[in-house]
Design a protein around this ligand. Structure first.
Ligand SMILES: Cc1ncc(COP(=O)(O)O)c(C=O)c1O
Length: 477
């Protein structure tokens, strides 16, 4: 009933009917199209964007092409010039408001320009921006203490870095130093970074350059939707044992996995997988690393950390993105014993844990607690998933809806049985959603998965708007 009221509130007369594209082999029932005759409207929001007097999208794009690396890519045929953000919304140069369902690639956790985070950064900026850890400063120590208090078991020692790639590089180095072994195991379809060391852990050919990677074993992905063993964790775990038995000395340095694959398209690991694999890896003298760069800080709803959804405690946890709500910040948290391997030489990071990022990071932790964002993600996320699953019943193009909390994937296929990736249709719908005022992410090896990972202040009205817009757009494919 409440959902229906929300739907009625937002539905208006047709002002902008979209022409039909010709992907008619996919079934979308006539009644589905009838239900969504009008483009849904973005929920109301009380914020007036500042007047924008800066360069136009075309000017920025021209300058970027001239002076920035040619490998930079952008979303949308006509790239968006985003000039302001407030909580879960973004504004372009014309002042048009968009629902941000991707959070700057799963990075804005509390909300764009959240006042508490802004205040903490501003106050610290006024006093001291930088001095490095060669001097004492309370901000880094306070933040490390607060972060450690969120961790289970003996995960009590923090190293701060500036990004997720750096965090995973440091974790891999610790694993190798601690065990004296070189071999690392990661999952196919994983993304752990684009630096020259982490590119080896990443297992999506679209992101890999042909450079030396060291000893890395990419094991079968325990993907319940596409994996050959479905959700049978035991069979996937056996593949890990096989790699160790056949491809290594019998010992490894470590195993790393995201607990829900992000760039890979919000893929959840088969239930029980991590428990089995952690046992296998530890028997081979390796350490277990959880990459929480996307899944951490309550985003998955039922748990604060993604690894908790699998009932395991890792030896090393890496984090970035949401930890700083947009600040360049990453962290590696581990046990005192593993952390101590770094004392064998000098380990230093110029910006890691600088006062401004530390003050901001501490504010993020406090906001997430104060605003009960984990419970909010569980509540809004289950509403979103429920509505998306109903939408799947009406549109054959939706092959799979998955995820937890506000970490959701919608995989589009042209044939449900064959699971053929609907690449072209995804690209069309992606543009349509933007036209309707919604920015989502894309992922998966074939780019056929919509990634819905908004700032954690995303509401049920926002979720309804997103689902209605998707319904509207698919009905007109
Ligand atoms: C799971 C995961 N790990 C690591 C990284 C690398 O983080 P960064 O881009 O901050 O280096 C990413 C980035 O998308 C990620 O999604």
């Amino acid at each position: 009933m409440a959902a229906m009221q929300r739907l009625l509130k937002r539905t208006v007369a047709i002002t902008n009917p979209h022409p039909r594209a010709c992907f008619s082999s996919l079934r979308s029932s006539a009644s589905a199209a009838d239900n969504v005759a009008s483009p849904p409207l973005i929920p109301p929001f009380d914020h007036q964007p500042h007047p924008y007097n800066g360069p136009s999208a075309d000017e920025v794009f021209a300058k970027r092409k001239k002076f920035l690396g040619p490998s930079l890519f952008h979303y949308y045929q006509k790239p968006l010039n985003i000039v302001e953000g407030k909580m879960q919304y973004l504004y372009d140069e014309s002042g048009r408001r968009y629902l941000d369902a991707f959070a700057g690639i799963v990075t804005v956790s509390c909300g764009h320009c959240h006042p508490d985070v802004l205040n903490a950064i501003t106050e610290q900026n006024k006093l001291l921006q930088h001095a490095t850890t060669i001097y004492l400063h309370h901000a880094i120590a306070d933040f490390a203490e607060a972060l450690a208090s969120k961790m289970p078991g003996n995960l009590k020692v923090v190293y701060f870095v500036n990004s997720g790639s750096e965090a995973n590089e440091l974790a891999m180095m610790m694993a190798r130093l601690y065990t004296g072994n070189l071999g690392m195991i990661s999952l196919r379809n994983a993304y752990h970074g684009g630096s020259s060391a982490t590119i080896g852990l990443t297992a999506l050919n679209t992101w890999k350059y042909p450079i030396p990677e060291g000893e890395i074993h990419h094991v079968m992905n325990p993907d319940p939707y596409r994996g050959v063993f479905g959700a049978d964790a035991n069979s996937y775990a056996k593949d890990v044992q096989d790699h160790i038995d056949y491809g290594t000395t019998g010992n490894v340095a470590g195993f790393i996995a995201e607990t829900i694959q992000g760039v890979g398209g919000a893929v959840e690991l088969a239930p029980g997988y991590l428990k089995l694999v952690y046992d296998i890896v530890r028997k081979a003298c390796g350490v277990c690393i959880a990459d929480e760069v996307q899944t951490g800080f309550g985003r998955t709803g039922n748990h604060y950390w993604g690894f908790e959804t699998q009932g395991v405690i890792p030896d090393i946890v890496t984090m970035a993105k949401g930890i700083g709500n947009g600040l360049p910040l990453g962290a590696v948290v581990t046990t005192p014993e593993i952390a101590s391997v770094m004392t064998r030489k000098i380990q230093f990071n110029t910006f890691g844990g600088n006062p401004v990022c530390s003050a901001g990071g501490l504010a993020v932790l406090r906001v997430l607690d104060k605003e009960k964002r984990q419970a909010h993600c569980a509540d809004v996320g289950s509403h979103l998933l429920e509505r998306l699953r109903l939408l799947k019943e009406r549109h054959d193009i939706i092959g799979n809806v998955r995820g937890r909390g506000l970490m959701v994937g919608i995989e589009l296929v042209t044939d449900r049985k064959e699971k053929t990736p609907a690449k072209a249709e995804t690209a069309v719908l992606f543009e349509k959603l933007r036209e309707l005022g919604i920015l989502v992410g894309k992922g998966g090896l074939h780019g056929n998965v919509f990634r819905i990972k908004p700032p954690m202040c995303f509401t049920k009205d926002d979720a309804d708007f997103l689902v209605d817009a998707l319904d509207y757009a698919i009905s007109r494919l």
